[in-house]
Write a protein that binds this ligand. Structure first.
Ligand code: ATP
Ligand code: MG
Length: 1108
């Protein structure tokens, strides 16, 4: 039998104290020191783990370490807290045993750290998954929240738990965490209002002030400066290695992970701020007429801010600090509070507010982490309670804390020392009793229902009459005087009368872990835990939902006059419940030891460690362990567990279980001294034997597993094969079916094709036959038609021939008959017929001619020269005559439509024609131009207004003419005006009259035959006008001017007829000379204009371009 375990190999000192040789207190301490110096902080006593606080972080809590310890036997590796956690977890998972981890030790020994390590190990090794991870995270993150609100720096520990915590982690059958339940035990609330020297208030106050943003602090009406708050001790506000600001962020984050809503976090912080504000409220006395002092608030600013934070009415709270209402049996008495009472009320409120807030936090966390209700959960409880503590001044809180530790020691003793030894006796195992100190007597001193200290305290608190801490101490002195563990100066036992280390107002208890001196002062008050109803009612009235929840007794509708249970009673009750709960579970112990009092690493104070080893009863523990057996188990489960190790017991043992185990042990050749058979259990002395059994079992299980695997695999392969075969048949059947279907489909389609071809061929053949038949029928029909046609035509021809012959006969007959008749009557007609036929024919021709003429008549325009062509030669004369008559009639019609003006115009035109036609070449171009007379619009044009007004008579003609200069033949523009009586020449620009010639002074007008516009006005010799000589002028409207001159001259009754002389050479009288004006035809030049040149004194030559 050989087992290799690293617990024994390469070990520093002895890993399990059971194996320590020789066993003495010194060797025990030396072993602990040796291991501690080599960073081995864990040592076993059997299954109990001793943990030394290293006060520094060691690299033994890494994920790799977790993996190392995972699923390994307890003694297989060097001692570690992970081994204990793994053992507990596997027992819970595999053996379905509820577990509890009991962590004990004095303050600062490392209990809280150990509990966190256990939890983190379990979280790391248990199942994974989104939901499970969330549960784990919430369970782990509940720690920072509770530590912030429930831990504080004390002289013994910078992160001392000031409350007890028991956490049940619930698992399902697979070992996955489902949730948890946290129970908290009595928070040391006195710390809220007062802290011993060198200690701090709860962490959260410092964390809030250091870590909250400016904005948050402003909202909470807080100042970052700790010194502004009376409730915060200043001398140790900053703790080495504690980063409050960072921790605040961690806490907020943890609250969020645990499931706190943002408004809940805000409410919690508001209450924390309210506690700080409350501490700043101070009171001053105010004298009353009855001689009593009444308290008044000194500075109301903090009160006001606090009320604003909580939504309370300031006056209500102010009143609650000054008065107190006592209600008893329908009687209400209102008394005033003095300053001391007001301070008491204030602190009571602060303590209550904070401790209730803490309990609410636990409840709220429980709500988040609670597991869904299921039929059965496995539970692992982790107990981390405040450690045993002895301060300079110990009060009610320390008394309670130490009582709790006594109870835990008691349970340890019960289960490891007493129970074990009693079991050996019960089972009939040979056993020499081992002495140990049983602290049951101390527990009895404290919790005894009749005369225990707590019972007496309660009695004192409930007793009518004056009750003070002194009366309570008197009572203790009377009742507990004889108790071995109770010491008091004034007790009836006189042995302490001279003990000066024992003040009069104190009592001392010899706890299992040492003597502790308690000051009686405050015991009654703290046990009463009195909060004036006025204050709780004021809190209930606050407009703050969380506050309302915390002070339900303040609800006026539910006034309860019953006294609430005392703090001591409540604690004793809850510790009792806890102990009962722990006893139902399989315990796993972690005994924490503090190596020094300086919170320093590497220091091992022998005396301090020795003291702890003693009071923890570790030596006794080792002795019992060494004398006894490491392992015991009832026969049935033992046989059930190891029966596979022996062929005779495997798979079934038919006889009694004990015999089975005996056979098993004999078969395994386990040495006889290694085990004993009790009445109902087998006892195994050495862990090695257990390892051996476990190892064999593991191997056997592996073999069995291999066998099962082999059979299973064979079965699986066979079933798989059979399944494959079956499937193959099914597949083959399906495939064949499919193939046959396809083949059938192919044959079917081929048949259809062949069929269709055959049918087609037959149909075509039939069609051919039918067509042939039809053609034959058609041919027959055609032939018969042709034949009938031939017959019919032949018959028709015959009939036609016959008819023609008949007609010919009839015609010949008619001709012959006509000839005969004409010959007979010819002689009667020939005399009159010729003339009549002629007349008739002529008449017909004329009729046709006239009717034709009617339809082809030309238009009514006199200038239309068209006329229908003559039809017959003999009508030539008539045709011309008719044309002439039609033209004349047409002209007459045209004339008859003339108006008087138009008639005058045409008369002028006629006169012009008479004067110039065929005489002057210019005439032809003037025919189409209408005679406008006034070309200058002299009456309308404002430019000539003056000229117009100078005229006496109507202007018949106004035009611009060129007056030819007598000297050089060049022209000057002049306005030419003709009135009824005179001709006027005026300047074109100014309108000034240059010459005015009365018409009678004009003798003649000379013009050329050519197309020029020159004309000479010849004046009567001797007349007034003739002084300057004749006028040689040129105008574009020559024809009109001359015609109008001629007409005007003719109409003037008194004047002679004006002569119009038309020739290419005429004489003009220029002053005294007569100049010949000669018109010659020249080549066109200078833009086809007429040029006039004075050749000499007698000749003025006018060259007219031939084309003009
Ligand atoms: N395993 C460890 N590794 C490193 N430091 C440790 C370890 N255990 C404890 N400590 C240190 O010791 C300090 C005190 O430990 P812890 O708070 O666990 O004591 P405690 O037993 O819970 O005390 P109390 O009863 O006052 O709550 C820790 O803050 C930590 O600095
Ligand atoms: Mg702690």
């Amino acid at each position: 039998m050989e087992v290799k375990t690293s617990l024994l190999d390469n070990m520093i000192g002895v890993g399990d104290m059971v194996l320590l040789e020789p066993l003495s207190e010194d060797s025990f301490i030396a072993n602990l020191r040796n291991r501690f110096d080599h960073n081995e902080i864990y040592t076993y006593i059997g299954s109990v783990v001793i943990s030394m606080n290293p006060y520094r972080s060691l690299p033994i809590f890494t994920p790799e370490k977790v993996e190392e310890y995972r699923n390994r036997n307890f003694y297989e590796l060097s001692p570690h807290i992970y081994a204990l956690a793994d053992e507990a977890y596997r027992s819970l998972r595999d053996q379905d045993k509820d577990q509890c981890i009991l962590i004990t030790g004095e303050s600062g020994a490392g209990k809280t750290e150990a509990s966190k390590l256990v939890m983190s190990y379990v979280a790391a090794v248990c199942g994974k998954g989104q939901e499970v991870n969330k549960v784990k995270e919430q369970l782990l993150q509940s720690n920072p929240v509770l530590e912030a609100f429930g831990n504080a720096k004390t002289v013994r520990n910078d992160n001392s738990s000031r409350f007890g915590k028991y956490m049940d982690i619930e698992f399902d059958f697979k070992g996955d965490p489902l949730g948890g339940v946290i129970s908290n035990y009595l928070l040391e609330k006195s710390r809220v209002v007062k802290q011993p020297r060198g200690e701090r208030n709860f962490h959260i106050f410092y964390q809030l002030l250091s870590g909250a943003s400016d904005d948050t602090l402003k909202k909470l009406k807080l100042d970052r400066d700790f010194s502004k708050y009376n409730y915060l001790s200043l001398d140790s506000a900053a703790v080495n290695g504690l980063d409050d600001a960072a921790n605040f962020r961690t806490v907020r984050n943890a609250m969020q992970i645990v499931g706190f809503m943002e408004d809940e976090v805000q409410s919690v912080l508001e209450l924390v701020a309210a506690v700080l504000k409350l501490g700043n409220i101070e009171f001053k006395p105010e004298s009353r007429c009855n001689g009593n002092d009444e308290s008044r608030i000194r500075d109301k600013n903090d009160l006001k801010e606090m009320c604003e934070l909580l939504g309370t009415e300031q006056t209500v709270l102010e009143r609650a600090f000054s008065y107190r209402t006592v209600e008893a049996k329908q009687e209400k008495v209102c008394t005033t509070l003095n300053v001391a009472q007001a301070y008491y009320a204030r602190d009571a409120l602060a303590k209550n507010l904070y401790s209730r807030l803490f309990s609410w936090l636990v409840t709220r966390i429980n709500e988040s982490i609670k597991a869904a209700p299921k039929s059965r959960h496995k539970v692992m409880g982790v107990l981390d309670i405040y450690g045993f503590e002895i301060f300079e001044e110990n009060s009610f809180e320390q008394f309670i804390i130490n009582y709790c530790n006594e109870k835990l020691q008691q349970i340890f003793i019960e289960l490891t020392l007493r129970e074990e030894q009693e079991e050996y006796v019960r089972e009939g195992i040979e056993w020499t009793n081992i002495e140990y100190f049983n602290n049951a007597i101390i527990c009895d001193l404290i919790e005894n229902h009749q005369n225990g200290i707590l019972a007496m305290l309660d009695e004192e608190c409930l007793r009518p009459g004056t009750v003070t801490d002194e009366t309570f101490l008197d009572k203790l002195n009377t009742i507990c005087a004889e108790h071995l563990h109770f010491e008091s100066r004034l007790s009836k036992s006189s042995k302490f009368l001279t003990d000066h280390s024992l003040p009069h107002n104190c009592f001392r208890i010899q706890h299992y872990a040492g003597k502790v001196l308690y000051r009686a002062e405050g015991f009654v008050d703290k046990n009463n835990d009195l909060l004036y109803r006025d204050l709780s009612q004021a809190m209930y009235k606050a407009n703050h939902s969380l506050m309302k929840q915390l002070f339900p007794e303040g609800n006026p509708a539910k006034v309860n006059l019953k006294r609430p249970p005392t703090a001591g009673f409540q604690f004793r009750h809850s510790v009792g419940t806890l102990m009962r709960n722990l006893q139902t579970k399989n315990p796993n112990y972690i005994r924490c030891i503090k190596p020094n009092d300086k919170k320093a690493s590497h220091i091992f104070t022998d005396s301090l460690v020795c003291h702890q080893v003693r009071y923890l009863g570790l030596m006794e523990n080792v002795r019992v362990r060494r004398a006894g057996y490491a392992f015991r188990q009832a026969y049935e489960p033992c046989l059930e567990r190891y029966k596979m190790l022996c062929k005779r017991t495997w798979p079934h043992w038919r006889g009694p279980a004990r015999e089975g185990v005996e056979v098993l042990m004999a078969d395994l050749t386990v040495p006889a001294e290694e085990f004993s058979f009790g009445r109902s259990k087998v006892f195994i002395r050495n862990p090695r034997t257990l390892f051996f059994l476990e190892e064999r079992r593991r191997q056997c299980l592996q073999d069995l597993a291999t066998l099962i695997q082999k059979i299973y695999r064979g079965w699986k392969c066979r079933s798989h094969f059979l399944l494959l075969k079956k499937s193959q048949i099914v597949v083959a059947a399906w495939y064949r079916r499919y193939a046959q279907q396809n083949k059938y489909k192919r044959i079917k389609s081929a048949t259809t094709v062949v069929q269709s071809y055959t049918r087609g061929w037959q149909a075509r053949k039939l069609l051919r036959e039918l067509k042939y038949q039809k053609r034959c029928e058609e041919a027959v029909t055609t032939i018969s038609a042709y034949w009938h046609g031939t017959q019919a035509r032949r018959e028709l021809r015959r009939l036609k021939e016959e008819a023609r012959r008949k007609h010919a006969v009839a015609v010949i007959w008619a001709y012959w008959k006509g000839l005969k008749v004409r010959r007979e009557y010819r002689k009667f007609f020939r005399a009159n017929a010729g003339k009549k036929i002629y007349n008739f024919t002529i008449q017909r021709i004329m009729q046709k001619y006239f009717l034709g003429l009617k339809s082809t008549m030309p238009s009514m325009s006199p200038i239309d020269k068209s006329w229908p062509v003559k039809p017959y030669l003999f009508l030539d004369g008539v045709h011309s005559e008719l044309r002439r008559i039609f033209h004349l009639w047409r002209c007459k019609k045209y004339r008859s439509e003339f108006t008087e003006e138009k008639k005058a115009v045409f008369e002028e035109k006629l006169e012009a024609s008479e004067i110039f036609k065929d005489k002057k070449a210019l005439y032809a171009s003037s025919v189409s131009q209408p005679f406008m007379g006034d070309y200058l619009e002299i009456s309308k044009n404002p430019k000539y207004q003056k000229l117009n007004s100078a005229m006496d008579e109507k202007v018949l003609l106004a035009d611009v003419v060129n007056k030819i200069n007598r000297a050089n033949g060049k022209g000057t523009a002049r306005i030419f005006l003709l009135t009824k009586n005179s001709v006027v020449l005026a300047d074109q620009k100014t309108g000034q009259v240059k010459a005015s010639v009365p018409l009678p002074d004009l003798t003649s007008v000379s013009v050329s035959t050519q197309s020029d516009g020159f004309f000479a006005l010849k004046l009567k010799e001797g007349s007034a006008s003739a002084i300057k000589g004749d006028f040689l002028l040129s105008s574009e409207h020559l024809i009109e001017i001359i015609t109008k001159l001629h007409r005007t001259g003719a109409t003037a009754a008194d004047s002679e007829q004006l002569n119009i002389d038309i020739s290419d050479e005429f004489l003009v009288q220029f002053k005294h000379d007569k100049v010949c004006v000669k018109f010659i035809q020249g080549a066109p030049k200078n833009g086809n204009s007429v040029s006039c040149k004075r050749k000499n004194n007698r000749l003025l030559e006018v060259s007219v371009p031939s084309t003009v």
